[in-house]
Design a protein around this ligand. Sequence first.
Ligand SMILES: Cc1cc2nc3c(=O)[nH]c(=O)nc-3n(C[C@H](O)[C@H](O)[C@H](O)COP(=O)(O)O)c2cc1C
Length: 208
Amino acid sequence: MRRSYGEVGLESLPDDPFVAFSGWLAEAASVPAVVEANAMVLSTLGDENQISTRTVLLKDISEGGFTFFTNYTSRKARAMELNEQVTLLFPWFAMERQVSISGIAEKVSEQESADYFRTRPWSSQIGAWASHQSSPLSSREELEQRFAGASQKWPEGSTVPVPPHWGGYRVTPLEIEFWQGRYSRLHDRLRYERTNTTSDWIITRYYP
Ligand SMILES: Cc1cc2nc3c(=O)[nH]c(=O)nc-3n(C[C@H](O)[C@H](O)[C@H](O)COP(=O)(O)O)c2cc1C
């Protein structure tokens, strides 16, 4: 499992971490070995200090944050209701890179969720109605039946309403760290940090 990492270093990054991130995301998306470059691991802290973690897809970078969509009654949503602090991790192993982000999660507007919902394929829209995400399910059949029921109600080609329990979250970062693997485990780590969402970013290099 032991490999020597990249010869290409991380000398400096743009002042704006969103510019830096967008550049890395575009590079990751162009590397065939990176599957789902926009997949990110979201960790939340819920009731009784229960940490939970799962993958979600980054769908937008705007208004100073990273947006994903999910079910508002899911376990992750319940955790973010209690504790808006979350982390996001992009593990781009094939490029010997990772970006880790910590920040504050907030729901996006209903309009923004609706706008994105409209772009989803019909089957995904119906799937959002069929799933009580994170609730116990008695059998696979029950899920298929719920999908069939919603399909009858809103056949393909009709307008599927946005489920009230579905929408987006935007994570506004307070820290964004770029990690580049290097030889002899002398990896490069550059971290942007700020004390609140309106203050200036400070970039610090950390020991690997
Ligand atoms: C590659 C990948 C992408 C995923 N994208 C999403 C997503 O964008 N939104 C979502 O709600 N779940 C997504 N999931 C499913 C979640 O990882 C998770 O199983 C689900 O959201 C329930 O999580 P929770 O019970 O912790 O709330 C994805 C899973 C994988 C493996």
